[in-house]
Design a protein around this ligand. Structure first.
Ligand SMILES: [Zn+2]
Length: 296
């Protein structure tokens, strides 16, 4: 059944071709200056879209992931990069032969400007519904991080998304035959989410995990040791990433999971059933190191 569905999606994609008919609004795609964000220009360097496996595609920039999970009933887009990444993401979707207007749902890893900043423009261009955790939804609609974000004083503001629907942890987002599960993996931000789905081609199915950032970064003066909610969110997230079915790990910053090396031999080079466990182990170590520094 799934094989038929994917074959149909590929045919539709081939026939549709680039349209360039999406709405663009420069106020939603303004690039941050080098003074505001020294890393942004590097992250935002365009790159070609990559067919990862079956109905899963990388459509982000070279330094910020955006993933398209395609189906004949419409597509789900995960993450929107920076505000200025949105045009490149839309171009990549069209280069693959998909219609931008067929993106029906946009979801997010975490509510920072470098992963959610492009969502307002992408929502405007696609007309998609935007779904996120409670905390991420509130931040995206406000355009600035909440007071409980460890980086709330240093994370840049981003264009507001007019409407974001909230989904609880464990919720399965369905679109036709697509099913993507949201897992709460906060800590880096209060609303951080990991998304998992299965992509199949012929008789082969792979479990994809788009695992949120796990870095315990903060503004000066913030102490994770004084924030039991952030600590518990990190610990729960690490445990989840250790037990989740995970053939292919993708991270919001592709370098954090060596994506560019692995895609050279995709799809087999993408597969590593221990990658999520190692990601969790490294994250636990980073957090423990941070807590040790805070105790000094
Ligand atoms: Zn972040």
């Amino acid at each position: 059944m799934l094989r038929t569905v994917i074959a149909t999606a590929a045919t539709a994609a081939t026939l549709s071709g680039p349209t360039h008919a999406y709405a663009q609004d420069s106020s939603l795609t303004r690039a941050y200056s080098a003074a505001e964000c020294p890393s942004c220009a590097g992250w935002d360097t365009p790159t070609r879209p990559v067919h990862l496996f079956a109905n899963t595609y990388y459509v982000g920039t070279s330094g910020l992931a955006s993933i398209l999970v395609a189906s004949p009933d419409g597509h789900v887009l995960i993450d929107g990069g920076l505000p200025s990444s949105a045009p490149a993401i839309l171009r990549n979707i069209e280069t693959l032969g998909f219609r931008v207007s067929d993106v029906k749902i946009i979801v997010n890893s975490h509510e920072h400007y470098d992963h959610a900043g492009g969502i307002a423009a992408l929502q405007r261009a696609t007309g998609a519904r935007v779904l996120a955790s409670d905390a991420a939804a509130a931040t995206m609609m406000r355009g600035v991080p909440g007071a409980d974000d460890p980086q709330h004083a240093i994370a840049l503001p981003m264009p507001r998304v007019p409407k974001v629907e909230t989904v609880p942890a464990g919720h399965v987002v369905t679109l036709g035959q697509l099913q993507l599960t949201m897992h709460a993996t906060g800590g880096h931000t209060p609303g951080g989410s990991t998304w998992s789905w299965t992509s199949c081609e012929a008789e082969r199915c792979l479990n994809f995990v788009y695992a949120d950032s796990q870095t315990p970064i903060s503004q000066d003066g913030f102490r994770f040791s004084d924030n039991p909610r952030a600590l518990a969110a990190f610990r729960d997230g690490h445990a989840l990433l250790e037990r989740i079915a995970c053939d292919v790990l993708i991270t919001p910053h592709p370098g954090a999971s060596q994506l560019w090396q692995r895609v050279k031999t995709a799809p087999d080079g993408l597969i590593d059933p221990d990658a999520c466990k190692r990601y969790a182990t490294a994250a636990r170590l980073q957090l423990d190191n941070r807590l040790a520094i805070e105790r000094r």
